[in-house]
Write a protein that binds this ligand. Structure first.
Ligand code: GDP
Ligand code: MG
Length: 394
């Protein structure tokens, strides 16, 4: 479900000597037994690709490689294949154990650095032997995380280090290009209410239009007040993308079988993590009178009458729980410090953020065990149409 094409995933390659625990590390990171682990050196021969959802990073593909120190004729071939992996690596994990001789690893690091690939050092098997991370960091000039793949020690620290070191541009390459076909006819519903900036369209609308044009779609854009005329006049509509604020009206007005989503949901997928947000929306059901809810926006704007974060969402939430909710609105680049008291975070589409900024908020929410969702997904959920509006991503 919600699959990301392999090419758009962050490629994380694992390098290290035979038996350093590279395959075990992938299993630990993904909490699965997918890589073949054995104590016979040289078990992993050809690079093995595993696509998965690695929270908090999102869609990634792990590349498990053979040992750097592989020997013999076959071994040389494997080393060659391992080196070829660097060409598609966005981020490398260099795995060592307590072994004093790190000449090979240093050679690899040099090659990775020449290719400008970010590298996270990993010392594995600390359950057997503790490691002097400081000493390694001085020698390698990269940061190290010490872990035990076997006993799953410090795996979350490693995930955070991966995230911290991931290249900034690991965004999806397209907002909607993967769900529309060339010549598809797309109807955009964009109410130009009092919130809309004078004389122009808001950024998510502009970005979606541009992305649709780049993907050779036929784009029609209307306000909600002209929806009925558009439905009568257009002979073919393959997808409707609406502003979430008029979800209810659009959902009820267009034919039941017409694919529907929103700008905000597209942004949730582009900047954040759709699965996390869908899970997060379900927390709305558990809200009670007096609960604290954080509404977070990535930019500061002057709030006007009918502001979505300050008026509409609070009103809808309170109608639902039939009582008063303690809502805090926090706008701007700095995130709320004390998250743990909140029962739910509802985030804006984050069009002013890059994916990394949005993802670091998702991590903070997860660290504090607070469900997080976004405007469009919360609104769709409250209107009972979430399934319908994420259907196109399945
Ligand atoms: N004690 C200990 N053994 C480990 C750890 N990680 C892996 N191993 C063992 O080391 C051996 C090699 O592991 P494997 O993942 O196949 O290494 P690879 O050749 O680098 O892929 C296996 O016997 C693993 O069970 C660890 O954290 N601690
Ligand atoms: Mg292996």
């Amino acid at each position: 479900m919600f699959d990301t094409p392999i090419a758009n995933r962050l490629h994380i390659a694992i390098f290290g000597k035979r038996n350093a625990g590279k395959s075990s590390l992938i299993n630990a990171l993904t909490n699965q037994e997918i890589s073949l682990v054995s104590d016979t050196a040289g078990t992993t021969t050809d690079p093995v690709y595993k696509a998965m959802e690695l929270l908090p990073i999102g869609p990634v593909v792990f590349i498990d490689t053979a040992g750097l120190d592989d020997v013999g004729e076959l071994g040389e071939l494997r080393v060659k294949k391992t080196k070829a992996v660097m060409e598609k690596t966005d981020l490398a994990l260099l795995v060592l154990t307590g072994d004093e001789d790190t000449k090979l690893e240093e050679e690899y690091l040099l090659e990775l650095k020449q290719k400008s690939i970010p590298v996270v050092g990993v010392v594995n098997k600390i359950d057997e032997k503790d490691a002097d991370v400081k000493k390694l960091e001085e020698r390698f000039k990269i940061s190290f995380v010490k872990v035990s793949a076997k006993d799953r020690i410090n795996i979350d620290e490693l995930k955070n280090a991966i995230f911290e070191n991931a290249p900034m541009d690991f965004e999806r390459s397209t907002i909607v290009g993967d769900v529309v076909k060339p010549k598809d006819c797309i109807l955009l519903v964009a109410p130009q209410d009092i919130q809309a900036p004078k004389g122009r369209l808001i950024l998510p609308q502009v970005q979606v239009i541009r992305d649709l044009l780049d993907n050779d779609a036929v784009v029609t854009i209307i306000k909600d007040s002209e929806l009925k005329e558009a439905l009568n006049n257009l002979s073919k509509i393959d997808l409707v993308i609406t502003d979430s604020q008029v979800f209810k009206y659009v959902n009820e007005t267009i034919p039941k079988d017409m694919p529907l989503t929103s700008f905000s949901i597209l942004m949730a997928r582009y900047k954040g993590d759709l699965k996390t947000f869908i899970e997060g929306a379900k927390a709305i059901d558990n809200l009670k009178e007096g609960d604290e809810v954080l509404i977070a926006e990535s930019c500061t704007h002057h709030p006007l009458r009918g502001d979505i974060g300050r008026e509409k969402l609070p009103k809808w939430l309170e109608e639902r729980v039939k009582g008063k909710i303690n809502i805090k609105v926090k706008a701007g680049a700095d995130f709320e410090e004390n998250l743990s008291k909140y029962k739910l975070i509802i985030h804006c589409g984050a069009c002013m953020f890059n994916r990394k900024q949005m993802m670091s908020r998702i991590i903070k929410a997860k660290e504090n065990n607070v469900p997080i969702t976004n405007y469009g997904i919360a609104i769709a959920y409250m209107n009972g149409i979430l399934d319908r509006v994420v259907e196109i991503f399945k």
